[in-house]
Design a protein around this ligand. Sequence first.
Ligand SMILES: Cc1cc2nc3c(=O)[nH]c(=O)nc-3n(C[C@H](O)[C@H](O)[C@H](O)COP(=O)(O)OP(=O)(O)OC[C@H]3O[C@@H](n4cnc5c(N)ncnc54)[C@H](O)[C@@H]3O)c2cc1C
Length: 370
Amino acid sequence: MSYDVAVIGAGIVGAACASSLAESGLKVVVIDPNGVATGTTAAGMGHIVVMDDSEAQFALTHYSQQLWDRLAEEVPQTGEFERCGTIWVAADDEEMDEVKRKHAFYGDRGISTEILNERSLKEAEPNLREGLAGGLLVESDSVVYQLTASGYLLEKAKSKGCEARFGERVMSITDGSVQLSDGEDVSAKFVVNAAGVNAPSLSPGLEIVKRKGHLVITDRYPNFARHQLVELGYLKSAHGREAGSVAFNLQPRATGQLLLGSSRQFGVDDTDIDHSILNRMTSRAFEYMPSLQKVSAVRVWTGFRPATPDNLPYIGPSASQKNVFIAAGHEGLGITTALGTAALITDMILGRQTAISVEPYLPTRALNVN
Ligand SMILES: Cc1cc2nc3c(=O)[nH]c(=O)nc-3n(C[C@H](O)[C@H](O)[C@H](O)COP(=O)(O)OP(=O)(O)OC[C@H]3O[C@@H](n4cnc5c(N)ncnc54)[C@H](O)[C@@H]3O)c2cc1C
């Protein structure tokens, strides 16, 4: 059997690529040993957020969010897509200066945001503690249940003729084919490596490392929080190179549950719950929302973000492997940016003009190609 494209990995990125490629009329196969959304995607939070930490991150998150807004009209209700907005919470006056900078940044790029003062923040989120300086409300941000969304994208791909080969692992990529664990060769004109943290094992030279994270989910407390709440220090945690960091990040789920993050750890390979960092994470959350101490947690889990040195994903042709495209390294933004990634990959494979410049994401930046 010969395909136009073999997609390696059925996380949200692989599923989105399969959907977009199949939609464009290409004959696609998706290969994953474990099935859809079983890797990092299963461990994520599903916050679809436009970021302002670099122009490149803004371009990709904004483009992707527009694609999510379109997809939201067709995703089944179990996808729990909700436009709940984000509030970036400012603890003090210094952070309020950052709120003003963010407000101007978003405004200059056509995204309307609202500056909240101490009183309006408390009105918006009564469970936050007294005395916080304010925040920035970004109404256009949303959340999705990424497991359903990934499954939906895969089904959409299949309805356009895509085949899913689960239970098999790709062992290597050579010109025009991928080699499976059972010894079979699957030939494809193009290969998309969307294997998440495992992408470098198939495309050597990519700089992707595991960045462990913990999440807590609570019992049901409807209306406890109304927006995704993120402390302004979150970016410091996300972009810092510390071995371990935490930030307050709370998501209200459609079920009434609260999803609480977040932690980041480099250099840890095991999936165990690390009680010391978990304590730091929950203590940080209690500082912002003391009443969280009264809620019951029902489960804690961990996952590995695929992190790159410059916090941008690798999207585009491999520098060392012919006809191989990389779609990996999305760190803590892979749910947000999956749809934009898929659209860029599809446009590049088909030789079409891309909607945004791909330059900042090209994998060549990681490889010694000279
Ligand atoms: C705690 C936490 C919170 C997060 N919160 C958010 C959030 O709120 N918003 C957001 O946008 N992002 C968030 N993320 C990040 C997001 O979850 C990831 O960026 C995203 O899921 C990565 O998707 P992926 O498809 O690249 O990787 P994965 O989901 O890991 O998929 C890769 C797939 O490749 C398969 N695979 C690996 N090797 C092979 C092989 N050799 N052959 C075939 N298949 C292979 C694996 O089985 C896996 O299914 C969070 C992540 C964590 C850990």
